[in-house]
Structures are given as C-alpha cells and as structure tokens.
Design a binder for this molecule. Structure first.
Ligand SMILES: Nc1ncnc2c1ncn2[C@@H]1O[C@H](COP(=O)(O)OP(=O)(O)OP(=O)(O)O)[C@@H](O)[C@H]1O
Ligand SMILES: [Mg+2]
Length: 258
C-alpha cells in the first residue's frame, strides 16, 4: 500500500549553550494512506517536536520525512511552503489564529494563499465552520471566542484545503465531550469520503483508541501502543505540561503559520 508519511532515522536535538537535549532519536514511522494514527506519550516526550518535523515546520537534526513520497526537508523554502499548503493540514496545540482577522477570514486564509478568489475562499470557510459547529461565530475575532471555539476554528482552517494528510496536536484538548465527539465524527467522515489520513497527538486515550492505529513516543522513538509491557500507558501516567514546553509553546504564539 502507498504511504502518506514515512520518517526514516529521524533525530532532533535542541542545543542551548553547552546543553544538548536529544528529543527524537532515530525515530522510524511508516503510515499507509487513509489511516488514522494516534500518537500518545507523556508531557515533554517530544510529540509536538515530532509533529512539527513531520509537518515541515521545523528541520530535523538528521533523518528524513517523506510525505506522499516527497522528501520535504530537501525542498527549498518556497517549494516547502507550497507543498504544505497543498498537502498538509496542521492543527497546532495552541491554535495560532491571526488575532486581527475573524473566524471566517482565518479559515479562508490558506485558500487565498493558494490563489482562490476571496469570495470562493470565504464561502468554503463558512461551510467548514458550519461543519465544526461554528456557523453562528463566523464574524467573531479570536479574542471574542472561547478556547474550544478557537480550537475548532483552527481545525476548520486545517481541513478547508482538503489536504491528504492532517497533523493534529491535541485537537480535542479544549473541548467538552459532545463537541469532541462532533470533531471525531468529522475526522471519520473526511477519512471515509476523501481518504484523508490523520496523525493525531493526544492525551485522550479514549480518542486514541478510536483511531485505526496507536503508537507511543518513548525515549525518542515510536512503538506500538499494544505493547502491554509498557506500564506507562495508563491514563494516570499522563502528567501536566512541563514548564519548559509551556514556555516553548508560548514563544511559538508569536509566529504565524497558516
Ligand atoms: N525550541 C526548543 N528549544 C529547546 N528545547 C525545546 C524546544 N522545543 C521543545 N523543547 C524541549 O523538547 C522536549 C519535547 O517538547 P515537546 O513540546 O515536543 O513535548 P510534548 O510531548 O509535545 O509535550 P506536551 O504533551 O506537554 O505538549 C521538552 O523537554 C521541551 O522542553
Ligand atoms: Mg506538545
């Protein structure tokens, strides 16, 4: 079967002064087209780091990422931006919406970057917002939306381009169970109708178990979640966010990624 995502010997270290933090260590992953994959792991283990490399938002220290057989880190910056816009939908752990634009404009932005006419892009955005239950909030700016509403706008923005691969970092983290169920049904339906593949990072083991396949990030590598010898899988092992990763994610808020 053809692959939507392949990671080969993927490593990432952060260096600050004399200190090197090795986060990913020769990680291997191969995901078939049309699969829903859940990635779990304790806070600070490197899930967002992995997703950022897979989504071409950051570069690996070594190793490769292939999306639809294209080595994304070999592309020029311009080619990579175009590739991301055409093939990847990215849902950030902390939404990254543009505060001066309303929900509809935020969702329409990737289509306009692609060259769609504004009228068409705004209509598609409106339809997508309807699908995430936000048709009554299209002209609200992010500061006027609740945390869960912002997260749903970010989900709509990632899905509006009909990408072949969606990378989602805790997409239901801020949602109540009914809204989370609505998002899960949307994911399933896109997977069924458009064969969209999803890689979903989540602390929600119920959501993880509803995906087609589950892996856990441990010591910089991915292993099947069905590995029962791994005692760290119980929900009680999930800890709150480390101060360092919160700091890191706050710094990302100043960046703009559409
Ligand atoms: N830019 C950076 N510079 C230095 N260290 C970093 C950087 N980004 C992440 N880290 C460190 O890498 C480790 C993994 O961070 P990451 O955000 O990938 O974790 P995570 O698994 O997504 O955690 P969480 O579940 O809390 O979101 C953390 O120890 C973090 O402090
Ligand atoms: Mg994270």
């Amino acid at each position: 079967m053809s692959k939507v995502l392949q990671c080969c010997q993927l490593s990432k270290s952060y260096v600050q002064g004399d200190i090197e933090t090795k986060v990913l260590n020769n990680l291997e992953l191969s995901v078939d087209k049309g699969v829903l994959l859940a990635v779990v792991g304790s806070s600070g283990c490197g899930k967002s780091t992995f997703l950022h490399l897979a989504g071409a938002l950051d570069s690996p220290s070594s190793g490769k990422v292939l999306i639809n057989d294209i080595d994304i880190h070999q592309l020029s910056d311009k080619e990579r931006a175009k590739f991301r816009n055409e093939h990847i939908g990215f849902i950030y752990q902390f939404h990254h919406l543009m505060m001066e634009f309303n929900a509809q404009e935020n969702v329409a932005m990737p289509l306009m970057i692609r060259g769609e006419k504004p009228k068409k892009a705004l209509l598609a955005a409106k339809e997508m917002l309807d699908q995430v239950g936000l048709s009554h909030r299209i002209d609200y700016r992010p500061s006027q939306l609740s945390g869960g509403e912002r997260q749903r706008v970010a989900i709509a923005r990632a899905l509006v381009t009909k990408p072949s691969l969606v990378l989602a970092d805790e997409p239901t983290g801020n949602l109540d169970s009914d809204t989370a169920e609505q998002i899960y049904q949307l994911i399933r339906s896109l997977n069924k109708t458009a064969k969209t593949s999803f890689v979903i990072v989540t602390h929600d083991l119920v959501l993880a178990n509803r995906m087609d396949r589950q892996v856990k990030l441990v010591q910089g590598q991915l292993r099947p979640l069905s590995d029962k010898s791994d005692q760290a899988l119980s929900p009680t092992s999930i800890t709150t966010k480390s101060a360092s990763s919160i700091k890191d994610n706050k710094s990302q808020l100043s960046e703009r990624h559409v």
